[in-house]
Design a protein around this ligand. Structure first.
Ligand code: PMP
Length: 383
């Protein structure tokens, strides 16, 4: 029988057949009117998915989530600018590294793995540093911690700093309201809750972020990352006109438009609620199995993935054993606790059957390791 293993890692995820079919279509010219329509519509849909204001600027570029992080930072930071990083895991640390490479002076407000820095400690740092940017990792995929973007972005706004949100593991699954929350720039990659195979970097820059770009004194050191090079492209396609700077990833962009159409047909609020419900069922299962999550409290637990400590006597061979039971999950990532936990992605098209199949596989794998606990009934009850 064909490989029926279910991909339940925190990205890439299982993709919808019509999205994948679009990828397999004959490649059109990037100047073909039907492609111009798909790209233009995809950009319009991006604003709706990010719940961003009409005057915000979407960018959809070939690259992964890390390219989106690099692009966000490169365009608003000039050497010597200051930045405050709200650190909730390894991906926040990556943001600090990117900021440093672009010449920013970085102050990180950290918390132990599984925790998020308090709003008060971030407020104190921002008040002291008065940074140009505050960066927030919405869901840090290394720890499974979800940050309170609304609260942190508010602090940035109060001190006239720009808020940059790494939404790679959140956009399309976790509630993110760019306009309402005053987020200045949010970014993601295509391969997680947006439901498109890896390869697209997606950013939405609000008017304050674009103004900061326009007020730069120095020219960007990178051509490919420069908002100024891409702005006429994005504006032209939205106006249903051709424009060339660098070849767009034609098939991926077409698949992106199809996937975003599906997200919006479901409705963002319905989608957020479904993710919350599926995540709740996973949490009920972990609890019933007496497995401890890396996030120390329930409201720090993301709805897009679970990071779960191995029980006593179980080691890093567990993800492989769960794989043998038909479900592909991920190992740990945060360096100091890497060998102590595993991660399960639950975003995108995730439904009740996926939750039950995954919990069942975890249970079977643990059962073979002599561990007796049952989460299936608890997950089923929560669904
Ligand atoms: N930020 C977060 C929160 C992520 O989860 C990831 C990917 N796991 C990235 C950034 C980097 O994205 P990519 O792997 O697509 O470069």
């Amino acid at each position: 029988m064909a490989d029926r293993r279910l991909l339940m890692i925190p990205g890439p995820i299982e993709f919808e057949p019509d999205v994948l079919a679009t990828l397999g279509e004959r490649t059109r010219s990037h100047l073909d009117p039907t492609f111009i329509e798909a790209f233009g519509r995809g950009l319009e849909r991006t604003r709706q998915v990010f719940l961003a204001s009409k005057d915000s600027q979407p960018f959809v570029i070939a690259g992964s989530g890390t390219l989106a992080m690099d692009m966000a930072v490169a365009n608003v930071i000039e050497p010597g600018d200051s930045a405050v990083v709200v650190e909730t895991g390894w991906f926040s640390q990556r943001m600090a590294e990117i900021l440093t490479r672009w010449g920013a002076v970085v102050t990180s407000v950290a918390a132990p793995p599984g925790e998020a820095p308090s709003v008060a400690s971030v407020r104190e740092a921002v008040a002291k540093v008065k940074p140009k940017v505050v960066t927030i990792t919405h869901v840090d995929t290394s720890t499974g911690v979800r940050a309170d973007v609304e609260a942190y972005a508010k602090i940035a706004r109060e001190h006239d700093s720009l808020s940059i949100v790494d939404g790679v593991c959140s956009v399309g699954g976790e509630v993110l309201r760019m306009e309402e929350w005053g987020v200045d720039l949010a970014l993601t990659g295509s391969q997680k809750a947006l439901g498109v195979p890896p390869g697209l970097a997606v950013l939405v820059a609000g008017p304050r972020a674009m103004a900061a770009y326009k007020a730069r004194k120095s020219k960007l050191a990178s051509l490919y990352l420069d908002f100024g090079e891409w702005l006429p492209v994005m504006e032209a396609y939205e106006a249903r006109k051709p424009y060339y700077f660098a070849t767009p990833a034609v098939n991926l962009v077409a698949a992106y438009d199809v996937s975003l159409g599906k997200l919006l047909a479901e409705g963002m609020d319905a989608r957020f609620a479904r993710h919350a419900k599926m995540a709740g069922a996973f949490r009920a299962a972990w609890k019933a199995m007496e497995l401890r999550t890396v996030p120390v409290t329930e409201d720090l637990c993301a709805n897009t993935l679970s990071a779960v400590y191995f029980p006593q006597g179980v080691d890093t061979t567990l993800p492989g054993k769960i794989g043998a039971e038909g479900i592909v999950v991920a190992g740990g990532l945060y360096p100091s606790i890497k060998a102590q936990y595993f991660r399960v992605g639950h975003m995108g098209s995730i439904h009740a059957n996926d939750v039950l199949a995954t919990v069942g596989a975890v249970e079977r794998a643990l059962g073979k390791a002599g561990y007796k606990g049952s989460g299936l009934a608890a997950a089923a009850a929560a669904l």
